[in-house]
Every structure is written in structure tokens, then in C-alpha cells.
Design a protein around this ligand. Structure first.
Ligand SMILES: [Zn+2]
Length: 98
């Protein structure tokens, strides 16, 4: 299978609209996106014996406000949230799976 590629990304209200090159279009709620943030702060990192402790993240209204996004290396989107969080790199397969 070819790697996923983006045709278009746009913010529509409280959602991120993504059109994929293969014709599929999806609308992702900001809140859902933020809760799926793949960064280590949000999802935890395996410790030395491989246990992952999922950190408790304190969300506020600003956590679900998307300020901007940028494409990273043609394989992911980086999302910038109003509460200052911007370490999440959302790979295309992850976005596609949401
Ligand atoms: Zn995060």
C-alpha cells in the first residue's frame, strides 16, 4: 500500500477537516485529537522494564483549542494548542485511525 498523503487540511469550526489523496475525507473533533496526542507527556513513556505509566493530563478549555498546525516531513501533522502544548506529532496513519 502506498503511504498516506494529504490532499488538504482545514479548520472547520471545532474540527480539523482532512482530505486524503485517496479521496477519503474526515472531520476530527479538537477534543478527540487532543486526547489522542501521541507525545510522551500525554501517552507516557516505557520505563526501563517496559511498563508504560500513562500520566494524568490536566486539560482545560484551552487544551481543546487548536491554534495552528504544520505539516512535518510529509508524514505527519504537528498541532499547536491554545494551552501551549505543541509536542504532539500526529503521523498520518494515526490521524487516519482516529
Ligand atoms: Zn501531548
Amino acid at each position: 500500500m502506498n503511504p498516506l498523503s494529504l490532499k488538504m487540511v482545514a479548520v472547520v469550526g471545532e474540527q480539523l477537516a482532512i482530505a486524503w489523496e485517496d479521496g477519503v475525507e474526515v472531520y476530527l473533533d479538537f477534543e478527540k485529537l487532543r486526547r489522542a496526542c501521541p507525545c510522551a507527556k500525554c501517552q507516557g513513556e516505557p520505563d526501563v522494564i517496559g511498563l508504560v505509566l500513562v500520566p494524568r493530563v490536566n486539560y482545560s478549555a484551552k487544551s481543546f483549542e487548536l491554534i495552528r498546525y504544520e505539516e512535518v516531513g510529509g508524514y505527519a501533522l504537528r498541532l499547536f494548542w491554545a494551552d501551549g502544548h505543541s509536542t504532539g506529532i500526529y503521523s498520518f496513519p494515526l490521524l487516519r485511525s482516529l
